[in-house]
Design a binder for this molecule. Structure first.
Ligand SMILES: Cc1cc2nc3c(=O)[nH]c(=O)nc-3n(C[C@H](O)[C@H](O)[C@H](O)COP(=O)(O)O)c2cc1C
Length: 227
């Protein structure tokens, strides 16, 4: 698949087939992630790859639970019936055969105290670049991914860190399933009406579809030769 097609066709996948992902394909997506740019080549990332079936099932259960509790209930303020409805799309999520957890691991500490915040932001930008590479490579290989960050809203993901033995000085920033999928993830999303996005109100279910659907038109987010 062409790079542009892989980037533009990628959509978050939630319904996976249980078939395991071939180890060489997992390696290819990790290689693409680790080839991302980072400030001064500091490569502030580490990846935990989960393929052991029982552990993968635990990961899936944990991500689904924190999705309901931390995103729909706490972050978006949705009532239980709306949360339950929204969670139906995660019904086949437990089949996901593989998970990759993206961690922030600063390898060296040389920054002046006044530079620490900027460096931390740069690190997060690099992690985003690594994740974008990973998801595009997966799409090119016919594999689905879906970025999950919700667990970070609950004790900064300590339960996940405990499950996977992630050291205390390493931050688990995001996780994605990786696998073959059932759903048609390549549907072009509709152009989002900027008014629908702006209308979203926490705890108001009617405004949720406008938040979750489509993409803003490019001319709403791109400013040419000045804002
Ligand atoms: C930083 C970040 C955190 C996210 N966290 C979650 C999450 O916890 N659960 C989830 O289902 N999707 C999560 N997503 C996925 C977005 O909801 C999804 O990318 C967005 O709705 C656009 O859909 P698409 O990926 O299918 O294009 C996250 C995305 C980003 C960039």
């Amino acid at each position: 698949m062409e790079a542009i097609e892989a980037l533009n066709s990628r959509r978050g996948v939630l319904a996976f087939k249980p078939a395991p992902v071939e180890p060489d394909k997992i390696e290819l997506v990790l290689q693409a992630a680790a080839n991302a740019a980072s400030p001064a080549n500091l490569q502030p990332w580490a990846f935990v790859v989960v393929t052991e079936p029982e552990l993968a099932r635990k990961m899936a259960g944990y991500l689904v639970r924190t999705q309901a509790d931390c995103v729909f209930r706490a972050l978006l303020g949705m009532p239980d019936d709306v949360t339950e409805r929204q969670m139906r799309v995660y019904a086949h999520f437990e089949n996901a055969p593989c998970f990759i957890v993206l961690c922030l691991q600063p390898k060296v500490d040389f920054a002046l105290p006044s530079h620490r915040e900027a460096l931390h932001n740069w690190y997060l930008v690099s992690l985003g670049a690594a994740l974008a590479n990973l998801m595009a490579a997966a799409a090119a290989l016919g594999l689905g991914t879906r970025l999950f960050g919700a667990f970070g809203l609950e004790q900064e993901g300590q339960e996940l860190k405990d499950l996977l033995g992630i050291p205390a000085d390493v931050t688990a920033v995001a996780a994605t399933p990786l696998g073959y999928y059932d759903e048609d993830s390549a549907d072009t999303p509709p152009i989002q009406n900027p008014a629908d996005l702006a209308a979203f109100r926490r705890g108001v279910p009617d405004t949720l579809p406008g938040l979750l659907r489509g993409r803003l038109p490019l001319d709403a987010v791109v400013h040419k030769n000045g804002w």
